[in-house]
Design a protein around this ligand. Structure first.
Ligand SMILES: *Cc1c(COP(=O)(O)O)cnc(C)c1O
Length: 404
């Protein structure tokens, strides 16, 4: 039995739809980026939004043991605590704002917070003091060098913030970081200006206080792929771990990233329709002639974009089959007139490869008016994730089971 057949046999339960996540691809992507980086830079895997829809825990487990992995980054306190609950032991940094009601749990679990507001720094310090001896909040100061999102400004006020943070008991400044707004463009001049502001601020803050911040980090995936100057002590790899491109201008081709996720379903109904037959809601498509139409049991309730109505396609027997009419919540139709061997029960590929054809997250993201990051995040909990290593299933995430 071939590896492919084995996977098919075991995924029968998930005939309607499943996302296959290739952990070998994830591993290869991280290794290739590592080979590309300066020797001294460690890596942080950004696994927010459930690992960009791929599954934070299985990916965390796959990467945790690598010695150059410093740890993980997520967006919220809940995401960080969930990783701890699943046995992830390496450092976890919350990149966004964490609300004070989470501070006790965060400190107890050694989760790193991003700091950019003095009031929350004080609350965090108080919280550490209340927990008692031995408890310390590890923090990373966020500097706004060009996103205008969160972060202290790299000015006199920012320096004052830095100074005052160092005086608070129960806090240890482990890191300082900033985030690129435009590293995913071919022209790196804006990213380099941000980097310069960041370096300059660190130099001034350290000179003013005599404190050396152990970990300075700046790069996202785009920086990792194309800006060696920004490696510093660590880098934060997000979209690239999953083998997806930061942008059309920064594709990761230089590193050879491999997309990790494929989305598969099956034809559940096949019929011929006559010329003039409307297909799906609103008759947004009307058959111009006799056609063979297949129904796919997936829709926007699975995160499959409604924006692909009359635009997208799927792969069947290595060929593209265009979507007819509107994508519904749970189903959509495709034209298979040109694929005579199509039958009910045939597997179809909504994202991924079939023979020499490929439908990428990038292409569908673009077509649907979303983009690849958003498309990946939006694959819903109704879609089970199946994890493969060397072609074997090593884990299944089924939200219906998990939440029972
Ligand atoms: C999401 C995020 C990243 C990862 O960005 P990618 O483009 O996915 O690599 C890095 N840093 C911060 C602060 C982020 O919010």
């Amino acid at each position: 039995m071939g590896q492919r057949d084995m996977v098919e046999g075991m995924t029968e339960k998930y005939s309607r739809v499943y996302a296959e996540v290739d952990l070998d691809a994830v591993r290869s992507n991280i290794e290739r980026m590592r080979a590309h980086l300066s020797d001294t830079a460690r890596m942080m895997a950004v696994i927010k939004a459930d690992g960009y829809g791929h599954g934070a825990v299985p990916i965390g487990r796959e990467l945790e043991a690598l010695d150059y992995m410093w740890g993980f980054a997520v967006a919220t306190a809940e995401e960080a605590l969930a990783l701890r609950g699943s046995g992830i032991r390496k450092p976890v940094l919350v990149l966004g704002y964490a609300f004070p009601d989470s501070y006790g749990d965060m400190i107890r679990n050694g989760i790193r917070l991003s700091l950019f507001r003095y009031d929350t720094a004080e609350q965090l310090s108080d919280c550490a003091a209340k927990l008692g001896k031995g408890y310390q909040a590890e923090v990373h100061i966020k500097v706004d060098t060009g996103m205008s999102r969160i972060g202290i400004r790299p000015d006199e006020e920012g320096l004052e913030f830095f100074r005052r943070i160092l005086e608070l008991p129960g806090l240890r400044v482990e890191g300082i970081f900033t985030h690129f707004a435009r590293a995913d463009e071919a022209d790196k001049s804006q990213a380099l200006r941000q980097l310069e502001r960041f370096r300059d601020f660190i130099a001034r803050a350290e000179a003013a206080t005599g404190y050396t911040v152990p970990m300075r980090h700046c790069s996202n995936s785009a920086g990792i792929l194309e800006l060696r100057e920004a490696d510093m002590d660590a880098v934060r790899a997000g979209i690239s771990i999953y083998g997806l491109c930061p942008s059309g201008e920064v594709t990761g081709e230089n590193v050879g990233l491999i997309p990790a996720l494929s989305l598969k379903s099956r034809i559940v109904y096949l019929k011929e329709v006559e010329a003039g037959t409307p297909v799906s809601y609103g008759a947004a498509f009307v058959a111009p002639g006799r056609m063979r139409v297949a129904t796919i049991p997936v829709g926007y309730g699975d995160g499959y974009p409604r924006g692909l109505s009359n635009k997208g396609c799927i792969l069947l027997h290595g060929r593209r089959a265009p979507i007819l009419g509107r994508v519904c919540m749970d189903q959509f139709m495709v034209d298979v007139s040109h694929i005579p061997q199509a039958e009910e029960g045939d597997e179809v590929t909504l994202i991924g490869r079939d023979g020499s054809e490929r439908l990428s997250m990038e292409e569908l993201g673009e077509l649907s008016g979303r983009f690849n990051y958003e498309l990946a995040c939006c694959i819903s909990k109704r879609v089970p994730r199946i994890y493969l290593k060397s072609g074997r299933i090593v884990g299944i995430r089924d939200y219906f089971q998990d939440f029972r």
